[in-house]
Design a protein around this ligand. Structure first.
Ligand code: A2P
Length: 316
């Protein structure tokens, strides 16, 4: 079986640097995807309440544990607090629901999904009344509740997603720095400054949308196709590998966690096998040249429909 690289968190816990993404994996598909992945040797599943599929992910985890495919100790499960549960008293119930859906007593990592808040009960805002400002739902209070659920043993680690240095400093000031920051990252959005900022503070960076998330809604017509980029395709040919495998291995080589999503059994295996590749310094350098600060997920949704949030303000 392919050996699994890990990254050390601040408390020396080893986090698997490669996992299965489940955003956009539909109920009806994700059960098989998780089972295939765990059988193939995946040790890390990345989830979130808002993906609407944790119940099915949980069924696959439970069945795999019961079948002896994997033990709980070997498995890393991440989930994320949705924007409608940022108020202090709403954090624990949200995590308890996730634990019930995932059929677990605890998860390994719980993240604040976005630095954006909705009114309790609002899945996606339909009008101005559905939003809460960060004055009404301060991230520091949400973080205090995250510290509490960690103390209570419902999650082993706590972290954030979609946050920049300013937010990370703010939360660190509450008393505990995030263990992980999960952000979009791939060759067109390398996040070098943020990666350096995080590693200076012993915060591990997890790269989402490593393949460009071509299966998401609201794609732009002119967005760059990472999987067809000539530099990536050329390196793939040199190594007799696929473009996706180059993108995944690049992310691991540069010291991030990476969570490619797939519901296709062949591609689930292919993505894991990318860990066996070695990229040369020249190949790493050629990919480094591809950075252009391009976001596939530009946060535009969160600035519409009477939102008090601005596109620039999200990533601070
Ligand atoms: P599928 O689930 O049918 O395999 P991201 O992880 O950046 O969000 O990208 C997910 C998208 O990339 C999905 O459309 C997924 O499709 C596709 N994908 C996953 N693995 C591969 C691969 N090895 N080759 C090509 N496309 C892939």
């Amino acid at each position: 079986m392919t050996s699994q690289p890990t990254l050390s968190l601040r408390d020396k816990t080893e986090m698997p640097a490669f996992g299965l993404g489940t955003w956009k994996s539909k109920p009806g598909e994700v059960y098989d995807a998780v089972k295939v992945a765990l059988s193939a040797g995946y040790r890390h599943i990345d989830c979130a309440a808002v993906y609407g599929n944790e119940n099915e992910v949980g069924q696959a985890i439970e069945d795999s544990l019961n079948a002896g495919v994997i033990t709980r100790d070997e498995l890393w499960v991440t989930s994320k607090l949705w924007n409608n549960a940022h108020l202090f008293d709403d954090v624990r119930p949200a995590l308890e629901q996730t634990l019930a859906d995932l059929r677990l007593d605890f998860i390994d990592l719980y993240l604040i999904h976005w630095p954006i808040a909705f009114r309790p009960g609002v899945g996606f805002p339909a009008g101005p009344e559905d939003w809460l400002t960060l004055k009404e739902a301060p991230l520091e209070k949400t973080w205090e509740a995250m510290i509490e659920v960690k103390k209570a043993g419902l999650t082993a680690q706590i972290g954030v997603s979609n946050m920049g240095p300013e937010r990370i400093e703010l939360l660190t000031g509450v008393g505990e720095a995030p263990a992980v920051n999960q952000v979009e990252s791939h060759p067109h959005l390398q996040q070098r400054d943020l990666l350096e900022f995080c590693s200076n503070r012993d915060i591990v960076l997890t790269a989402y949308s490593p393949l460009g998330s071509t299966d998401r809604e609201h794609r732009k017509d002119d967005e760059p196709a990472l999987l067809e980029h000539p530099i990536i395709c050329e390196i793939a040919e040199e190594l007799d590998a696929s473009a996706a495998q180059i993108l995944i291995k690049w992310a691991v080589e540069r010291g991030t966690v990476v969570i490619p999503k797939s519901v296709n059994p062949g591609r689930i295996e292919e993505n894991l096998a990318s860990l066996e590749l070695s990229l040369t310094d020249e190949q790493m350098k050629a990919i480094a040249e591809m950075d252009k600060g391009y976001r596939y997920l530009d946060g535009e949704f969160f600035t519409k429909k009477g939102s008090p949030y601005s596109a620039d303000g999200i990533w601070r």
